[in-house]
Design a protein around this ligand. Structure first.
Ligand SMILES: NC(=O)c1ccc[n+]([C@@H]2O[C@H](COP(=O)([O-])OP(=O)(O)OC[C@H]3O[C@@H](n4cnc5c(N)ncnc54)[C@H](O)[C@@H]3O)[C@@H](O)[C@H]2O)c1
Length: 441
């Protein structure tokens, strides 16, 4: 009992003095911004990642994550406050370890927790008394308690007594100019009340507000509610877009008018489908878990079904728009504008634009793409390099399809020179007298 109290006290004191050595496991979209914030708070931080190139870049002060600017990263690296390594032995120095590794789906849409398991194995090999371990990767309720805790306790060390274990979901919204790691409130759930308390103290040093929940399972579920909420609402509004098409209405007008209600309505917008590492994937973690409890998560499955069919719907609408011009889709020149999964970022993971391009190619359209953030993409026909959006290229295409509404695109130019524009994002709403025929989703 005495030893346990002393252990917690010394870790807490080290945290409060910002002397606790933090190892961030995984330096991607979530891990690198976190590592930077922690280092800025004053903690000595090591980033451990299995990707040698990413580690070398960080150690050279170069960030490949849009939200982390080199000007911010470099001074921290030069001052020795943040270093990166591919050596898992770095974990031996850790007072606190935050796990920020990917949680994708397998081909059969089941959770692939292998990255978490690998990270936990590395931590287990160096687990020592007085250490705090926090999982930040999005996952199904029960992961921390059912997978991680038993693995770490195989060392003979006991959670809440010898070491501390918690779950705290990262809520980063890449490209968001207002909310980032530091000013987005954190939810924390611990395996024991003491684990929760220590984890709360840890995050409070760096993050503006910490919200404690009763367990790691609750914290895991909070994140899945947040992302399922988005997926279901986007699914609803995508279905409203399909309905408006049949009814001959403009879905964008309907949403804008509904959004004038100051209470009880929150606007979501339709589009070519869902992308990124979160919204298309995370709800399936929840429905998978529920299936194991003989429960079918109807909203999740329905929203997933509608959202994942949007690329096909977009291609059908493009074909319809070309048909109106007496042009077949086969052989038509299509300029796809934007391939990142959302505005003003470079992330193409799960991007529906890639599906739209693939489906257009399957229908024998000749496709080129432009994107200020993405120089090259992989397609079924091999790698494709971006092209520039010029008046000549716009005039030479049969249809320009706006798939991502990057602020940097010149929509005036696009609507002046392309003969036909299919706009899946309402990006052309301010173009009052377009020369092109503009068709909206
Ligand atoms: N990207 C987002 O917007 C976002 C937002 C909130 C939460 N999340 C969640 O955060 C987690 C991480 O997502 P991300 O977007 O940062 O992923 P990412 O792919 O950008 O980065 C993950 C990093 O982990 C490294 N890695 C993989 N296995 C490792 C291991 N065993 N040991 C050390 N490093 C390892 C990879 O090399 C990579 O650099 C996921 O669970 C995701 O769902 C992501």
């Amino acid at each position: 009992m005495k030893a346990k109290k002393a252990r917690a006290a010394s870790l807490e004191e080290r945290i409060l003095r910002h002397e606790a050595h933090v190892v961030v496991v995984g330096l991607g979209y979530v891990g690198l911004p976190l590592a930077v914030e922690l280092a800025q708070t004053g903690f000595p931080v090591t980033g451990y990642d299995i990707a040698a190139k990413r580690v070398a870049n960080v150690n050279a002060g170069k960030s490949d994550i849009l939200d982390v600017k080199d000007e911010v990263l470099r001074p921290l690296v030069e001052a020795g406050k943040l270093t990166a390594t591919t050596d898992p032995k770095a974990l031996a120095q850790a007072d606190c370890a935050s796990i920020c590794v990917p949680t994708p789906l397998s081909k059969t849409k089941d959770p692939d927790v292998s990255f978490i398991l690998d990270a936990v194995k590395a931590i287990k090999n160096t687990l020592h008394p007085g250490m705090l371990v926090v999982l930040e990767s999005t996952t199904y309720p029960g992961t921390t308690e059912e997978l991680i805790r038993p693995m770490l306790e195989e060392t003979g060390l006991k959670v809440g007594k010898d070491f501390y274990l918690a779950f705290s979901p990262e809520r980063v919204d890449p490209g968001n100019p207002i909310y980032h790691t530091q000013n987005t409130p954190r939810v924390v759930g611990g395996t024991t009340p003491e684990c929760a308390r220590i984890a709360k103290v840890f995050y409070e040093q760096t993050i503006a507000k910490v919200y404690l929940v009763s367990s790691t399972q609750a914290a895991e579920m909070v994140k899945l509610l947040e992302n399922t909420f988005r997926s279901v609402n986007i699914g609803l509004v995508n279905e409203v877009a399909l309905m408006c098409d049949r009814l001959g209405m403009d879905v964008w007008e309907i949403i804008d008018a509904a959004a004038s209600k100051p209470f009880g309505f929150m606007p979501f917008y339709p589009g070519p489908g869902l992308g990124g590492h979160c919204i298309p994937i995370d709800p399936h973690y929840l429905s998978w878990k529920l299936k194991s409890l003989n429960y079918y998560a109807r909203f999740i499955e329905l929203a997933g079904d509608i959202n994942s069919h949007m690329p096909e719907y977009v291609v059908d609408r493009v074909a319809r728009a070309l048909n109106h011009e007496k042009k077949p889709i086969a052989g038509s020149n299509i300029l796809a504008l934007g391939v990142a999964y959302k505005r003003d970022i470079s992330d193409v993971r799960e991007s529906p634009a890639l599906d739209v391009i693939r489906l257009l190619q399957q229908r024998e359209a000749v496709v080129e793409y432009a994107d200020p953030y993405v120089p090259e993409i992989k397609t079924d026909n091999g790698p494709m390099k971006r092209v520039k959006v010029t008046p000549e290229r716009l005039q030479g295409c049969d249809c320009a399809v706006i798939l991502t509404d990057h602020v940097g695109f010149d929509y005036e130019l696009i609507c002046r020179h392309a003969p036909l524009v299919f706009d899946t994002r309402n990006a052309t709403r301010n173009i009052t007298s377009p020369k092109a025929r503009v068709v909206k989703l």
